[in-house]
Design a protein around this ligand. Structure first.
Ligand SMILES: [Zn+2]
Length: 300
């Protein structure tokens, strides 16, 4: 069975606490494993989550504040320790190349795994594959930051009743899918349009065009809500969002499942983030806890 789920590894901003590890998120999308913003302790959180380092196919950094990248040394060395064979791509803002070089070679180790650096120079599409397209947009934070979007191509879903009506069965179904036509029966006659799924990852930022572009039509949106609206002046000063703003983004962009995370330690009641976002967004809201797993919602 295909797996599309978010494994939350850490949810705390700035510094880890007793209940929240530094940031870290693994998106499992069939054979891809996108590790977003690994903060300190990510290697151990993967262990608690029961996910092997070999599941990682890409490391995606939004920016180079420590809570979003201090886990890179441990992860990079673990890939080699485990002898991971497939190349792991690393995406990060190109302006932080010196930081990445230091994180990657932070201490002595025997380098076996292949980490292929693909620094982000500009907005656009970073990669294309069976998963669709991996795209980035600029965010608004005191240091250069990019948010990520995974966009699956639209496809077609075969309808069993229509297949039966046209006498298509067994291996012929695959043949028709590949060729688009089989003995006078076209793909359109036996299938319906299937919209591709979308995932968006929006970390440290003020509200800006990039936030809305990334969140547009997302089945699953992971977004920082460092602050509550009562501290919106702080959010704006330090380049962050409030839960109310995150809820507004989800509502305006037609998001289905909203995951709030990256919480300031000043707050002790996580429900307040939920309640604030729920005032403007009536879809599903998950207030992320460490080791939460969130399924990409089923297709409509
Ligand atoms: Zn930051």
């Amino acid at each position: 069975m295909s797996v599309r789920e978010l494994v939350v590894l850490g949810t705390g901003s700035q510094a880890p606490s007793r209940t929240r590890n530094h940031n870290g998120y693994l998106l499992r999308w069939e054979s891809e494993g996108l590790l977003f913003d690994p903060g300190e302790g990510t290697q151990r959180q993967l262990l608690f989550a029961g996910v092997p380092a070999s599941a990682i196919t890409r490391i995606c950094l939004t920016h180079f504040h420590g809570d979003h990248c201090l886990g890179v040394p441990g992860i990079v060395q673990r890939l080699s320790l485990d002898g991971v064979r497939r190349p792991v791509r690393a995406h990060y803002p190109a302006s932080g190349s010196d930081f990445f070089a230091r994180l990657r070679y932070a201490s002595a180790f025997h380098e076996v795994a292949e980490v292929v650096e693909e620094p982000i120079e500009a907005e656009g599409t970073l990669a294309t594959g069976p998963f669709g397209q991996l795209r980035v947009r600029r965010l608004d934070h005191p240091v250069e930051a990019f948010g990520y979007q995974l966009v699956e191509a639209d496809g077609r879903r075969m309808v069993p009743e229509l297949l039966a009506r046209h006498g298509v069965s067994g291996p012929d179904v695959g043949e028709l899918q590949r060729t688009g036509n089989l003995r006078g029966v076209s793909l359109a006659e036996v299938s319906v349009h299937r919209p591709g799924q979308r995932f968006a990852f929006v970390m440290d930022t003020r509200l800006c065009d990039g936030v809305f572009a990334l969140a547009e039509g997302a089945d699953l949106l992971v977004i920082e809500s460092t602050f509550l609206a009562e501290d919106s002046a702080l959010a704006s000063e330090y380049g962050h969002l409030t839960a109310a703003q995150a809820g507004r983004v989800a509502a305006e962009c037609g998001v289905r499942t909203l995951v709030l995370t990256h919480f300031s330690q000043r707050y002790t009641e996580p429900n307040r983030f939920h309640d604030e976002a729920a005032e403007v967004f009536d879809g599903k809201i998950v207030v992320a806890e460490d080791l939460t797993r969130v399924a990409v919602p089923k297709r409509r």
